[in-house]
Design a protein around this ligand. Structure first.
Ligand code: 16G
Ligand code: MG
Length: 542
């Protein structure tokens, strides 16, 4: 194929000479004004990937929880997973090619991946509510059309909605109807069915107050509300009508700051949750009667969901292999509870959804959650078929009810990727079914006090890790140092890793008291600063 047209049209989305961007944990992410050429080129890459896989590929324009001025792009593979790791390298070389090298890079990728250029291609495009997203998604579309491929612009959608749509399109709609309406219908039907199984609410409050991070999640949840009828009373705040996206609100703010979003009044016993800027993360929280703030993060969510599923499996008498997948950030108490009390195998992977997702695929039922609130449940084909068959069979009423509940759980979960809306609905259903207040859910285990810090270093790549990022290999001496520091405290643990989304080294520490967790985090930060080329002032004690 002649790439001349593509190169010619690229002039309208020209790359600033010399600008180099790295593909981060979940795609490119930086100031919106640096991304026009990246979007055009990711349109091109999506076409190549679509031709190679003979499937629809998704391109989502979003920078998730980053500030409103940033933007980014996530590519969605055929079954709704994130772009295959091998293609991240191509994404990087395409994004960073100077204009005159564009055709060569495209040819190289096509050859390496044996892409049949005559093959048809289709790209599904979506975007979040950032002011820059509309133009940037047009740049994606320009790339797709320059290649002579087809596309559908789904406009404003959450990231998980685009993942869902891509999966539907590639499974001949078996996964669901490939529209946003289809998504609302599938989820609300499963939720309503599941809710119906509860005899009463017990003490579980019906209202959930949702912080939409002033983003796409708020918009889409509003759209979905009529489908949910009276089953779930949602009160939205930070819904985007006044505040700025992710500004002092949203799941990342609440998780990192360990405090409520700005500008809200919380009464004891009220139940809150926060979405992030593209609605693929969720955390819950409340205040107790002494106004103490309590966060229920991804670990608590994983525990709630996996316990619920395990109990149902026992009821119906299925011995499917279930596992929980976490990262090094998982609170030590959650891991201990899952392994020792729930007797569920727990695996630890590197940070980033693609790693957890991959590991979760190895079990019949893989529940994966990052502590930051991104997660979902994967059911293997066999597990899904077994459950659906069972739900059809005539049997003991209680057993039948449990089998139906499992089936509705499968339909309510967005298996393609973590999904704040879907996760919220499954949590709300479980709380009602188990008649749990948010405090009772929280009391299942007590989090170890922990602290996360960042250290600026000249080059964060000097830090190399192993054992799912729990141990440092280089620079020499750093791990020994951390080991010594950890020994000073009870129930303690600490690790460091280079961030995949920011130019910093992240430090995590937990210990028996908040004071000790803070002290350990600070001491580890100092060790990083001194041994890994810290810049600026050394970290100060908290
Ligand atoms: C991205 C990842 C998230 C991870 C975070 C870590 C996806 C969809 N998102 O947001 O899973 O927790 O990066 O950021 O994979 P860090 O590398 O800066 O700590
Ligand atoms: Mg996100």
């Amino acid at each position: 194929m002649d790439f001349a047209t593509i190169v010619k049209l690229s002039a309208q989305h020209a790359k600033p000479a010399g600008l180099i961007l790295q593909y981060g944990t979940a795609g490119f992410r930086t100031k919106a004004e640096h991304l026009d050429h990246v979007m055009y080129r990711m349109g091109l890459l999506a076409v190549l990937r679509s031709k190679q896989t003979t499937s629809t590929i998704g391109v989502m324009v979003t920078a998730s929880h980053n500030p409103e001025e940033d933007n980014g792009v996530k590519l969605v593979d055929p079954l709704g997973e994130m772009l295959a790791a091998a293609w991240e390298e191509y994404a990087t070389s395409l994004a960073n090619a100077e204009e005159q090298d564009l055709a060569t890079v495209l040819r190289d990728i096509s050859q390496k991946e044996s892409v049949s250029l005559q093959q048809d291609a289709f790209v599904a495009v979506g975007r979040d509510t950032r002011p820059s997203s509309e133009n940037l998604s047009q740049a994606v579309i320009d790339g797709v059309t320059a290649f002579g491929a087809q596309y559908h612009d789904y406009g404003l959608v959450t990231t998980p909605q685009l993942h869902y749509i891509v999966c539907c399109r590639n499974t001949k709609e078996q996964y669901g109807t490939s529209t946003v309406k289809g998504y609302y219908q599938k989820l609300s039907k499963a939720f309503t069915e599941l809710r119906k199984q509860a005899s009463s609410y017990g003490d579980s409050p019906r209202v959930v107050k949702v912080d939409g991070a002033n983003g796409i999640g708020a918009l889409k949840l509003k759209e979905m509300q009529p489908y949910l009828q009276k089953e779930c009373l949602i009160e939205l705040f930070h819904d985007g009508t006044t505040g700025k996206l992710n500004c002092a609100c949203g799941a990342d703010f609440v998780k990192v700051q360990q405090k409520p979003p700005r500008g809200i009044k919380m009464q004891p016993n009220e139940k809150f949750c926060s979405f992030d800027g593209d609605a693929d993360r969720i955390v819950y929280y409340y205040v107790d009667s002494s106004s103490q703030f309590h966060l229920l993060d991804g670990d608590k969510i994983a525990t709630l969901i996996s316990t619920f599923i395990k109990e149902l499996l026992v009821k119906v008498g299925l011995s499917l292999k279930m596992a929980v997948i976490q990262t090094a950030y998982a609170n030590g108490s959650s891991t201990r509870y899952l392994e020792e009390t729930m007797k569920v195998p727990v695996y630890c992977t590197k940070t980033g959804v693609k790693h957890l997702h991959h590991k979760a695929q190895e079990s019949d039922i893989g529940v994966y959650f990052e502590a930051n609130g991104h997660g979902t449940v994967l059911f293997s084909k066999t597990a899904e078929e077994t459950i659906r068959q069972l739900a059809k069979r005539e049997m003991d009423a209680e057993k039948k009810k449990a089998a139906k509940m499992l089936e509705n759980t499968i339909d309510l979960i967005n298996q393609t990727v973590g999904d704040a809306i879907s996760d919220m609905l499954i949590i709300e259903a479980i709380l009602v079914l188990k008649k749990l207040t948010v405090q009772q859910w929280d009391a299942v285990y007590t989090d170890l006090p922990n602290r996360q810090l960042k250290v600026k270093v000249a080059d964060r790549r000097v830090i190399d890790t192993t054992d799912a990022e729990r141990r440092v290999v280089t620079p020499p001496g750093l791990q020994e140092n951390i080991d010594e520091l950890v020994k000073k405290y009870r129930l303690s643990r600490a690790f460091v890793r280079p961030s995949g989304t920011e130019d910093v080294v992240r430090v995590y520490a937990e210990a028996d008291t908040q004071g000790n967790a803070d002290a350990l985090a600070h001491e580890v930060s100092l060790a990083v600063f001194h041994l890994a080329g810290g810049i600026g002032e050394p970290p100060k004690p908290l």
